[in-house]
Design a binder for this molecule. Structure first.
Ligand SMILES: Cc1cc2nc3c(=O)[nH]c(=O)nc-3n(C[C@H](O)[C@H](O)[C@H](O)COP(=O)(O)O)c2cc1C
Length: 213
């Protein structure tokens, strides 16, 4: 029985968002095929995802300087929530992200989630004298990234602008998750007459991935 975590990196719903449509298709197909797996959803725009802000930095500083007793209740609550999110991420066997491209990046809550739950020293990687070491490798973990972008980048001179995909893939590789698949509904704004076709192709790829996951 696998643990599957869906990370919804979009503030909207499937009524208007293509990336959320991809996420919902994956979830529906996957759960139909794997009814006994555990499925959790972290909704980055509705759940409590603490930012690395002045309070979090202050609390980390107090821990590092042997002043843990001075951590305030609000600081402690933020760290505790970040710890919960990281534990949930670490426990997942399969992680499915869904996010739109916004200004050549993902929405800011995706970065907040990476900071809070994914790149966490002691849980997902460790610092060593020879550099950082991934802690989630060799565990058969898989990730899928479901995206939508207005423009088409693949095979064009602008291909390098897919910063967000490359960043998230790099982050997952950094913590030891090397099996990372993408489905991108690409060019939905650039080719309005092909939008339905692009979405249908992406949904079909999502169904194939969900069946094989
Ligand atoms: C704030 C914002 C910024 C965007 N920036 C880009 C961009 O940099 N490149 C691009 O190709 N499309 C961009 N788009 C278009 C979206 O990527 C496109 O509409 C995509 O389908 C959004 O995903 P969604 O349908 O899940 O909301 C942007 C859209 C919004 C709302």
């Amino acid at each position: 029985m696998a643990k599957v975590l869906f990370v919804k990196g979009h503030p909207g719903t499937s009524a208007t968002s293509i990336s959320v449509q991809l996420l919902e298709r994956f979830q529906a197909d996957y759960t139909a095929k794997n009814p006994s797996d555990t499925v959790e959803v972290v909704d980055l725009y509705n759940d409590n995802i603490p930012l690395v802000d002045a309070e979090v930095l202050s609390a980390w500083g107090k821990f590092q300087n042997g002043k843990a007793a001075e951590v305030t209740a609000t600081e402690g609550a933020k760290l505790a929530r970040m710890g919960e999110l990281a534990d949930q991420f670490v426990a997942a066997d399969k992680i499915i992200f869904a996010a739109p491209m916004w200004n050549f990046g993902y929405p800011p809550m995706v970065k907040a989630y990476i900071d809070a739950a994914v790149v966490v020293a002691g849980k997902t990687f460790n610092y060593t004298q020879t550099g950082p070491v991934a802690l989630l490798g060799d565990k058969g973990k898989k990730a899928v990234i479901l995206e939508s972008s207005g423009s088409h980048f693949t095979g064009t001179p602008a291909e390098g602008y897919t910063h967000a995909s490359n960043h998230l893939k790099g982050i997952l590789n950094f913590v030891g998750i090397s099996d990372v698949e993408f489905v991108t509904a690409e060019g939905v704004g650039q080719f309005p007459d092909k939008k339905a076709e692009i979405i249908a192709a992406a949904l079909s790829k999502v169904s194939s991935l969900a069946a094989a996951a």
